[in-house]
Design a protein around this ligand. Structure first.
Ligand SMILES: C[S@@+](CC[C@H](N)C(=O)[O-])C[C@H]1O[C@@H](n2cnc3c(N)ncnc32)[C@H](O)[C@@H]1O
Length: 68
């Protein structure tokens, strides 16, 4: 992982991995968290707000439905 990369955390849940990813990515990268649970995503959203991350986008969706 390089600064300014784009990383997708599939089935990100509450965003447990976000801090680790952010440490490697830096503020100029983009982190996309995908999960199909609205409840998990709202917890992830609170974590993003608490942490002040401005380069994280959350997507509600089914990872199994992603095709090339
Ligand atoms: C055990 S949690 C792990 C979450 C996170 N990666 C972590 O390390 O804390 C599994 C997560 O996968 C999500 N999930 C399971 N199947 C999924 C799918 N097909 N598409 C998107 N999210 C899915 C669940 O909603 C749940 O938030």
């Amino acid at each position: 992982m390089e600064p300014r990369d784009t990383v997708v955390d599939m089935a990100c849940g509450t965003g447990l991995n976000f801090a680790l990813i952010e440490a490697g990515l830096g503020p100029e990268g983009l982190l996309i968290g995908l999960d199909y649970s609205p409840g998990m995503l709202s917890k992830a959203r609170r974590k993003i707000e608490r942490s002040g991350w401005r380069n994280v986008r959350l997507v509600q969706g089914d990872a199994g439905m992603i095709s090339e």
